[in-house]
Design a binder for this molecule. Sequence first.
Ligand code: TTP
Ligand code: MG
Length: 372
Amino acid sequence: MSTSNADPHLRKIIHIDMDAFFAAVEQRDNPHYQDKPIIVGGPPNSRGVVATCSYQARKFGIHSAMPSSQAYRLCPQAIFVRPRFDVYKQVSAQIREIFAGFTTLFEPVSLDEAYLDVTDVDGYKGSATLIAQAIKQRIHTHTGLIASAGVSYNKFLAKIASDMDKPDGLYLISPEEGEAFVENLEIGKFHGIGRATEKKMHDLEIYTGQDLKALPLPVLEQYFGKSGKYYYHISRGIDHRPVVNARISKSVSVENTFARDIQGHEPIMQTLTKLLDEAWLKLQAKGMAARTLTLKIKYHDFEQITRSRTFSSQITQLHGLTEVMAELLCDTRVTDKKVRLLGVGFSGLQPNADVVFQQLDLFERIAKSSLR
Ligand code: TTP
Ligand code: MG
């Protein structure tokens, strides 16, 4: 995208996504793996699942989250490799450093993926495509790995664009093309529309962006609740979500102000457990992990206190945090003072490699239940 004659409100967004990330790292580090079908994940004789596989393995129909046993049946000559998360984390840190060399406005969404807002980046003849090319080049020089890039004027389209031309892709969806592009897109390809929603949309005879666009906002809201508005906008190629710098957004929190003040250990713990769940989900959705857990209390007289616990390493599981919360609560006055607001927060955030661990765990559970 060039800035000349462009609408001053138009942004330039790049989405970067590494190709076959874990598998590409394994191929880079082991010469015997090059050009071969490589599967990273659990071994085939277990109930493990495929985390990812090389493009050579994809030809056999293998994909992420497939049971390893099924992958083995599809391609017995494939090489199964156990994941090395520490190495993936290191590479992830390297590519983030590279992004930071272009702009402070970048938002990692997982180990191998990030959005960059390059609207204000100087040079490169004002072209986001040239910036994307330079990022790909620098990633290759520094890590020996290949990334695909999508360039557009918002996050939704940039994400779709990065998938269009994989592997080693660089794809632009210009402001002139955006709306028509979404019209022709199959609903299943919309990022943020999972299997269940896709099915629901098919039941409503919505198959493409055009079908989605034909529905008035109140109808979408009736069928899809809060997401209705999001669908209404993206079907028109509109997405105002900002790129949020993770280094700026250093915490995640949720809080609840009560219609009526509450008091006593038990009702307060009940609420805190719920808030803890919500905050945890938010943290996971960001692909971040925290080191500090904070409890916030506002008493009926508006006195506000916080109590925190900082751990020596990243908090990797929700399990056990309720107990920590109960301990933090001991050092408050909830038994003799009414409470009007409770909050739970996570801070000391860092990108989380363990999200992937948990994903794997989740996939193992899915794979297990589908084997039953
Ligand atoms: P993706 O970017 O979705 O996949 P990919 O990089 O392997 O392949 P490509 O982008 O070229 O299509 O995910 C990044 C990494 O996250 C992937 O290498 C392994 C891990 N992952 C899982 O562990 N389980 C999953 O289900 C998915 C989708 C990814
Ligand atoms: Mg990827």
